[in-house]
Design a protein around this ligand. Structure first.
Ligand SMILES: [Fe+2]
Length: 304
């Protein structure tokens, strides 16, 4: 089920550094510095909508997407404490999920894996499930246990993270979970009710002013709302950083894109999330350090 890229081994790192022309001593020092950092077991680096094209110089809406990803991974690796996990929440590829997009994407996320972070991935409407899977397995990702959808649970000390697959059709805006996936989610929530649950998927819940979200979001929230351990739903897709609340008290967290925004006034970047005893702390790191929301912290309290 999972789509996870494991951290890269020391050997992988050294071979790559040597091929890139870096000196052996420098490579070892860099690797050791990242690996010796203290790890925050409760924290995640949350990225979404990287929209990487096969061409590393590919640009859209005045953004060179691979450059943005490079800037974000560098920022994550500058944290004093390394997050225990990193996530890219869909739309990893440019528009149609071409095989070459995933080659460049896998290269772009290497700094996180070299720093020792397992990287979790979900699929967006601009990904292609088959091409994605081929690209990931070639890069050492987990074997495929399920044919049509990619779902998984990541257990951390204070929360279980449920990763959903809302890709319906490639390059078709709305998303769909479907009955089988909702049945898997229901069953998995029932079996793992001991800790707060954080649900992650690419598409936003249906909203009057954001068309093109999850077609079956009513069915999703019919599963989530009555299960009190469900505390938050994290999504991307709208390319807009927002934090809201569902009527049920479930927090709705809209990650900013790593790539381009649709509204020039909104920030792009990434979010550092730390699971607290009774909630979640989010810190926005905008790529534009002059943006008014750069550094914004939201501390969310879990519903009872
Ligand atoms: Fe996107």
């Amino acid at each position: 089920m999972p789509i996870h890229l494991p951290p890269l081994s020391r050997r992988d790192f050294l071979v790559r550094s040597l091929l890139a022309g870096a000196g052996l001593a420098t490579s070892r020092a860099l690797f050791a510095a990242d690996r010796l950092k203290p790890i925050d077991p409760h924290s995640f680096a949350l990225l979404s909508d990287t929209h990487i094209s096969a061409d590393p110089k590919g640009a859209l809406r005045n953004v060179v997407m691979a450059d943005n990803l490079r800037a974000v991974t560098a920022e994550v690796n500058l944290l004093a404490q390394r997050p225990a996990h990193a996530l890219v929440n869909g739309d990893c590829a440019l528009l149609r999920g071409e095989p070459g997009d995933y080659v460049t994407f896998v290269d772009g996320v290497k700094p996180l894996r070299e720093a020792g972070m397992p990287l979790h991935l979900t699929l967006g409407n601009h990904d292609d499930r088959e091409h994605f899977w081929s690209g990931i397995t070639e890069a050492g990702g987990a074997k495929r246990p399920m044919k049509d959808r990619h779902v998984s649970m990541v257990a951390t000390p204070r929360a279980n993270w449920f990763l959903l697959d809302s890709l319906d059709k490639v390059n078709f805006t709305p998303g769909l979970l479907g009955e089988n996936q909702l049945a898997w989610l229901t069953d998995s929530l029932e079996k793992n009710a001991d800790k707060p649950a954080i649900i992650v998927g690419h598409h936003n819940p249906a909203e009057a002013d954001h068309k093109g979200g999850l077609t079956d979001s009513d069915a999703l929230f019919a599963v989530l709302a009555p299960r009190r351990q469900v505390k938050a739903f994290i999504f991307g897709h709208t390319h807009d950083w927002r934090v809201m609340k569902h009527d049920s008290g479930i927090h709705l967290i809209n990650l900013p894109p790593v790539a381009y925004v649709f509204n020039a006034s909104r920030p792009n970047g990434w979010v550092h999330a730390e699971v607290l005893e009774h909630g979640l702390r989010l810190k926005l790191s905008a790529l534009d350090k002059a943006h008014a929301e750069h550094g914004q912290v939201k501390e969310l309290e879990w519903r009872a």
